[in-house]
Ligand binder design. Structure first.
Ligand SMILES: *Cc1c(COP(=O)(O)O)cnc(C)c1O
Length: 434
């Protein structure tokens, strides 16, 4: 990077904030992270690490300036930090909501998808691939690819395609090709293998957009840096609105990208407690014999192992086989978690908590009827946590509203009908004849 190419603009400086140093050099977070990939992918990973250093950290050719400008104009940033008046009253503590549900697409995922598709352009790539389970990451990637005029292929398990028709339609509307994966159980795991295979054959002209702070280096640090805009804004907004830092920051965690994005600029503020809320599913007990964990609480209950290119905490049986996970929210349903979060949990910096399906459903209804905000089922876990643990929290809490609930309305009808939830509307008119 030469003096003339690098920008010393304010946005360039922002990407060098102290809370974001971890893992940048070698992708290691203590014992976690790394680059566990087949030989065929090493050149692609090395090229990407180099591009990350130049364009993201170095702001070469003004990459970060263009990224921030597009996040504002296309994405609608900054998102508000809103005081939740009635939740504040209910819990006798100041509750502030970081409104990522208002980002274009309805969730935080665009921050990363836009960053990576733009980076691919700067790298001279001509094609985007990604994989998706429930379809949220595929949708965000398809939007970003359409916006930046890049051809895009999304791999998706056949079973998931049948379950997620609106998201498949969204991707196609945005001009992406959706490739069904029919191997195995036809879900995310097989879709990831197919995308890896595609990438190994096409690295020269193709970039693989990974959707969370998972995978081999540089993905965990790069995705964190793209998502860190959440905490950058939230920290400034909190200081401006309340005169100080929050006592607690709460975010749900699947792979952990909205989580690390919300925590990043608070990690060095020792007074701020960080709570990562995982999906506790139906129970934290595992069925070793069946190879099933009826939850997705890898930070809370997981064991160290290697998955999708990185060493991290995983749901696995005593033979090291990855277990099938479960959550009422598809976006939290993942057997691993980002290596940086695994490290911060071991260091005692991040508090891992598990919230079950029932409490999440209650959180879903509570936020909807007290604040007029229908959250994604993933996000609803953070509000389940607030209800169960508000007495342990300090006087000023920031909760990340990672996404809106429109995508989850069918699931919410079905799941609400199975339960007896105080805050829920009378469900009979919605469920009769189902
Ligand atoms: C995908 C998703 C998540 C989980 O992903 P992370 O990488 O853990 O942030 C959480 N909330 C919403 C709304 C999502 O779409």
């Amino acid at each position: 990077m030469s003096e003339t190419e690098s920008s010393t603009s304010e946005v360039g400086e922002l990407s060098r904030r102290p809370g974001r140093e971890r893992g940048r050099d070698d992708g290691k977070f203590g014992r976690y992270g790394g680059q566990y990939v087949p030989e065929a992918l090493m050149p692609a990973i090395e090229e990407l690490a180099d591009a990350y250093e130049r364009y993201v950290l170095g702001n070469e050719d003004g990459f970060m300036d263009e990224f921030r400008e597009r996040l504002a104009d296309f994405g609608g940033r900054p998102t508000p930090l809103q005081r939740a008046d009635r939740l504040s009253e209910r819990y006798d503590t100041e509750v502030y909501l970081k409104r990522e549900d208002l980002l274009h697409g309805g969730a935080h995922k665009l921050n990363n998808a836009l960053g990576q598709v733009l980076l691919a352009k700067y790298m001279g790539k001509e094609r985007i691939i990604a994989e998706t389970g429930a379809g949220q990451h595929g949708t965000a990637t398809a939007m970003a690819a359409a916006h930046l005029d890049m051809p895009c292929t999304i791999y998706m398990g056949e079973r998931d395609i049948n379950r997620q028709r609106p998201n498949v339609f969204r991707m196609k509307l945005n001009g992406s090709e959706v490739k069904p994966v029919t191997t195995g159980r036809g879900t995310l795991k097989e879709a990831i293998s197919e995308t890896m295979r595609d990438w190994a054959e096409t690295v020269e002209d193709t970039h693989y957009v990974i959707g969370s702070i998972v995978g081999p280096h540089p993905f965990p640090v790069m995705v964190r840096d793209f998502q860190a805009i959440i905490s950058e804004e939230a920290r400034e907004q909190a200081v401006e609105k309340t005169g100080g830092l929050p006592t607690d920051v709460v975010a749900c965690a699947g792979g952990g990208s909205n989580t690390m994005g919300t925590f990043a600029d608070f990690v060095d503020d020792e007074s701020v407690a960080l709570h990562a809320v995982e999906a506790g599913g139906s129970t934290l007990e595992v069925d070793e014999e069946a190879g099933v964990a009826p939850n997705s609480a890898s930070l809370y209950t997981g064991e160290e192992g290697v998955l999708h290119g990185a060493r991290t905490k995983l749901l696995q049986d005593s033979d090291g086989q990855i277990m099938e996970s479960h959550s009422v929210s598809s976006g939290l349903d993942y057997a691993g978690v980002g290596p940086e979060l695994a490290y911060l949990v071991d260091e005692g910096r991040v508090d891992p908590v598990a919230v079950g399906d029932d409490a999440a459903l209650e959180g879903f209804h509570r936020l909807s009827n007290t604040e007029g905000i229908i959250p994604a089922l993933e996000t609803a876990h953070a509000f389940g946590y607030l209800e169960e643990h508000h007495e342990e929290l300090g006087e000023r809490v920031v909760v990340n509203v990672s996404g809106r609930g429109d995508k989850d309305l069918d699931a919410a009808i079905e799941e609400t009908d199975k339960r007896d939830i105080d805050e829920a509307p009378d469900m009979s008119m919605f469920t009769e004849g189902m």
